[in-house]
Design a protein around this ligand. Structure first.
Ligand SMILES: Nc1ncnc2c1ncn2[C@@H]1O[C@H](COP(=O)(O)OP(=O)(O)OP(=O)(O)O)[C@@H](O)[C@H]1O
Length: 401
């Protein structure tokens, strides 16, 4: 940056110095393109006007915590600011929302205590002194719909592009890695008030590279899937995408899983939202199946996955009624019985119809020397049904991951 036009006798400037990088001084003489500066060190320097930078005489002596507050954002200005702060053990400085750290070459434990974490929790960037906790907090608390998931996918695409083409049989590793996204989204994402494709779980993705810099695999860890959504959806949100996809599957699959219109299922019809703008669930079903093929989920496994999804929808439609003259409950009518039978069939080996009914309508307690079976009333049976649906969905999700 050349600012020679604004330089006059008396101007405060920065002059390059072979020993200390930049030294400040006052212009005492202008001589064509050459200027003479008396430095604060006492040294007199004659240099080209093009080689000096203006110095802000009003810059605060302790520096500023955000470089964007500097009058001049040039190299000597930036370095001077970092130095003033460093001299006061202020090793962190912002430039907008970028954090600059200067190595203090000493331990500063007071900066990283639990008390500090407590302070930064939920604070907007810039409200407190510059700190890595503030950056971590901003990254951690990116609002729903801010673009975390999409940005992660772009990053994965780029890294896969840079480190792609590892030679393996069949599909390339990077394709498998990338196609894991739509599979997880089908089962872990849902429409919320703020985001039509909101991730309802936390995710940590580790891409692994071999010694030639090619992608060799990925490890994905997920945290805390929102389970309550499986049984409870508030208008105008939706349950997890996979339920709607399966209800929009081709006719032979609908028949196989004994499904139908999403509006028929209690776990879906608590909200009036069934479709998403610009999304065709029948196409999404097929593309999720394709992504599962790419990831390496066999067709038997895919069938088992969707049987569990369908079984959950049938479970949700089982209503309970009181057995006359007792506290016990049973499926309310033929329709509920039929859903119970279908759920048991879809879950196959896991349970038969009677044991499924018992598990929903009774509670078994073990004491030291006996087993006590207690009948549940219809309200408690419905709670136990929902708990069962949530647990099998979250186990399915964990298995998929
Ligand atoms: N870079 C982008 N290009 C195009 N669309 C985007 C981009 N980032 C976000 N979007 C749109 O915004 C929506 C929300 O983004 P995204 O799902 O990434 O948010 P998020 O921060 O992960 O939210 P949540 O915490 O709810 O999962 C996306 O479904 C997409 O439609």
């Amino acid at each position: 940056m050349t600012v020679s036009a604004s330089i006059a006798v008396g101007s405060h400037v920065w002059v390059e110095d072979p020993e200390v990088a930049w030294i400040d001084g006052e212009v005492v003489e202008l001589n064509g393109k050459e200027i003479e500066v008396v430095c604060t060190s006492g040294k007199r320097v004659v240099t080209s006007a093009a080689n000096v930078y203006p110095k802000d005489p009003e810059a605060p002596p302790c520096g500023v915590d955000d470089m964007t507050k500097l009058a001049y954002l040039h190299e000597p200005g930036v370095l001077q600011n970092l130095r003033c702060r460093y001299d006061m053990n202020e090793i962190y400085t912002y430039t907008g929302n970028i954090l600059i750290a200067v190595n203090p070459f000493q331990r500063l434990p007071h900066l990283y205590s639990n008390h500090m974490m407590e302070q930064y929790k939920g604070m907007a960037l810039g409200e407190l002194s510059p700190h890595p906790f503030a950056i971590a907090d901003a990254a951690y608390s990116g609002e729903s719909g801010a673009g975390k998931t999409e940005s992660t996918k772009m990053l994965m695409h780029y890294l896969a592009y840079m480190g792609g083409r590892a030679a393996v049989e069949g599909r390339s590793v990077e394709q498998k890695v990338l196609e894991s996204n739509p599979v997880l989204e089908a089962f872990g994402n849902a429409k919320t008030l703020r985001n039509n494709n909101s991730s309802r779980f936390g995710k940590f993705v580790e891409l692994q590279f071999n010694d030639k810099g090619k992608i060799s695999g990925a490890a994905i860890r997920t945290y805390l899937l929102e389970r309550s959504r499986v049984c409870q959806v508030s208008d105008p949100e939706r349950n997890y995408h996979c339920f709607y996809m399966l209800c929009a599957a081709p006719a032979e699959d609908i028949e196989k899983y004994k499904l139908g219109n999403a509006r028929l299922f209690h776990y879906l019809n608590q909200s009036n939202c069934y479709e998403l703008d610009g999304v065709d669930d029948s196409k999404e079903y097929l593309s999720t199946r394709r992504a599962m093929d790419v990831v390496g989920i066999s067709s038997d496994e895919q069938d088992a996955i969707f049987r569990v999804v369908a079984a959950i929808l049938h479970l949700g439609n089982i209503e309970f009624a009181k057995v006359s003259d007792s506290d016990a409950s049973q499926p309310k009518d033929d329709q509920s019985r039929s859903h119970l039978k279908t759920a048991a069939e879809l879950l196959m080996q896991v349970c038969n119809e009677q044991s499924l009914e018992d598990s929903l309508c009774k509670r078994v307690m073990f004491t030291r020397d006996e087993k006590i079976t207690k009948s549940l009333d219809p309200v408690a049976a419905a709670i136990s049904r929902d708990a069962f649906a949530k647990i099998i969905y979250s186990r399915l999700f964990d298995w998929l991951v």
